[in-house]
Write a protein of this length. Sequence first.
Length: 620
Amino acid sequence: MITAVNLSKAYGEQVLFTGANFRINPGERIGLVGRNGHGKTTLLRLLAGEEEPDQGTISFPKHYTIGYLKQHLSFTRPTLLEEACLGLPPTQQGESWRVEKILLGLGFTKEDFKRPPGEFSGGLQVRLNLAKVLVAEPNLLLLDEPSNYLDITSIRWLIRFLQAWPNELILVTHDRHLMDQVITHTLGIHRQKLRKLAGNTAKFYEQIAKEEEIYEKTRINEEKRRKEIEAFINRFRYKATLSSRVQSRIKMLEKQERLEKLTKPEVLEFTFPEAPMPGKLILEAKDLSFAYQPAGPLLIDQLSFTVGKNDRIGIIGKNGKGKTTLLRLLAGELKPIKGSISRHPALQTGYYGQTNVERLDPQKTILEELMATSPTCTLDQARKISGLFMFSGDLALKKIAVLSGGEKSRVLLSKLLLAPSNLLLLDEPTNHLDMEACDSLLEALDAYNGALILVTHNEMYLHALVNKLIVFDRDRVFFFDGNYQRFLDEIGWEADREDASSPQKDRTPSAPPANLRKVLRQEKAEIINRRSAVLTPLAAKINQLEAAIAALEEELQKNNEALIAASTTGCGETIAKLSKRNAEINRETERLYTELAKVTDDYERAAAAFEAELENLSTG
């Protein structure tokens, strides 16, 4: 069990979290959520020991290992396979087949195994770092945006790998589909506090919203009651016959803690401006072919498709196969070597490209960049749009050069609001956005009445938005007239089929010599009996405590639902009674958690000792 107690961290005046307490139990897979800049990566660095908290402690079991995916790149071996094998634990040295399986799952080929790591792109080098972390099989796996630079088939492989992960895991990702497919619990950084709940991200945010609704209704009722008491005091302050009642109410107000109004978190809310489209067919590609070199291999070969005024087309496939190239052809940035692209005369395109971030002028402010997009853009309009994308006030005066990747992505998206369009071309728009911003973008695209052509590896977007596909798979590109689920049902990914049919290797230890087997069996049986005698009552106590905690948490949830009802009716007596009981529940729950931590520590220490005995027996 990992236990964090009274954890606080700040950078200057920016407080990330204070008084944070949480536990990670054996086998839990945690999704860490929160807005960009609110401390997710910092918390991972604290757990990895790369930073120290300002206050509080984090305790780990003895001999506990941590694997942390970093973006820092440093390689020392001459080949990809040798470098990845550095991640193997000591007990698996020489078992390169384990490494090969993970490298193949992450999109490398067998031909890549002998290539030097430095020859690969930055994105593939990050994948190599991920492979080294995964093969190490640590007790705690810390993954910060592992899907960055992964294509859709590699993300699907990673989901299956993490679903089978036997140890603890903390995952940070903007891809809600990936997170919810993997995690057992959600740990959220919200209003500078940490909160852990069982279940996926939707359940976490629903609970937070419910509790804040209760808080706000309670605050309003208490404020109303406070004003009534203050009015009584002011009216009868100098009336001698009521002086005792007045003094009683004055003391009541002095003791009563005033609930502060919750500030509304900034959210990305916008809609894409739409231009009318009189025709049903807005774009047609015929026998489209393209290669970057005249004699080079064709990335796109005789591709034909049409785009209707309300079509939602997803471009999907592995990295490096031509998805971005196709979008650049449709945007007019590249010319096909064969075939043609015809466009409706009324077509107005909004284009968000991966490389467009490099076209932002680093010396311009956000306002200046927006105003340079269109000659008709006024300062007031630029300020309004920048405010929609959370660059209000002086934030809009920040220079492009100092913005983070996510902030630059928001600037690029905001530029699409300066001109109406009837076709959006978007190349991986969710990169660098946090989960909340991804949700807002999904809502805006869902509400958009024009056509959409989208390159993405995010399966939630594919399921929610697209009705047709252009697929790069099986060494070809083809048009599929159907949604993503139908594609999975009828065709599926080649990599999924290969992964499902590949044989699984198992490491089989050699048996001890025959003359030792009887003695070893007897000693092993003795250890197992002693282990059972010690661990069974501890396990029973743990189950008892967990059941008691679960009962209290269930009562707390019912009380919260009752509080909502009482807050609606304004029943002060019921609110006071339930609030008092909730305080008692919280105190009792905290006491039980403290006891549970002690018993669990005792269990883990004893289990580790018996495990060491059994391991020594097998290797001695």
